[in-house]
Design a protein around this ligand. Structure first.
Ligand SMILES: [Zn+2]
Length: 177
């Protein structure tokens, strides 16, 4: 199951690897799963055809975005190799968005175009004001990233119900033993 808890599409995409430290838990296990993610993320209305090549490119984009996010949280320069991957994909053809009379938006395109959309999002994230608010979840086993929009920057978890409660009950058990 995919989660969208990061408050940003690029970070949610990075979050399709649920955990990165203890064990690498990748939710994009097949081309079809990527197609599903693209619709659940609201990038496309219907799942596109996804080939093995596109899944590989998506994974490369995701890991490049992860490295850029790490550089951000470490206050380091953005690594050139990862920038190249993101920039190249961002220069592709975007998806087609159509505004309907009832105010809804129809989003159509190929999986490749959807990757371009994610890469453009990544540029806006790392090049925009929110880059300074990127945080990693406070539960050590979780490596999800999110935008901390709380006043005073006090948010500690990617998601209170997923990680906040688990971390709290772990601390409680530690005190009891
Ligand atoms: Zn978490």
């Amino acid at each position: 199951m995919f989660t969208f808890v990061s408050g940003n599409r690029t970070l949610d995409f990075i979050g399709t690897v649920k955990s990165r430290r203890a064990e690498f838990d990748d939710l994009l296990t097949s081309p079809a799963e990527l197609g599903k993610w693209l619709t659940e993320a609201g990038i496309l209305d219907t799942a596109p055809e996804v080939g093995a090549d596109t899944l590989r490119r998506a994974t490369r984009l995701r890991e490049a975005a992860w490295h850029l996010a790490l550089a951000e949280t470490d206050g380091a320069d953005l690594p050139a190799a990862d920038l190249r991957i993101v920039n190249e994909l961002a220069h592709g053809e975007p998806i087609r968005a159509t505004l309907n009379p009832d105010g809804t938006v129809r989003r159509t395109g190929t999986a490749e175009q959807a990757l371009t959309e994610i890469a453009r999002d990544a540029i806006e994230l790392f090049g925009g004001a929110d880059h300074a608010r990127i945080r990693e979840c406070g539960r050590p086993e979780c490596t999800r990233l999110y935008i901390d929009t709380s006043r005073g920057g006090s948010r500690r978890w990617c998601d209170m119900t997923i990680c906040g409660n688990r971390a709290k009950s772990a601390a409680f058990r530690a005190r009891q033993s």
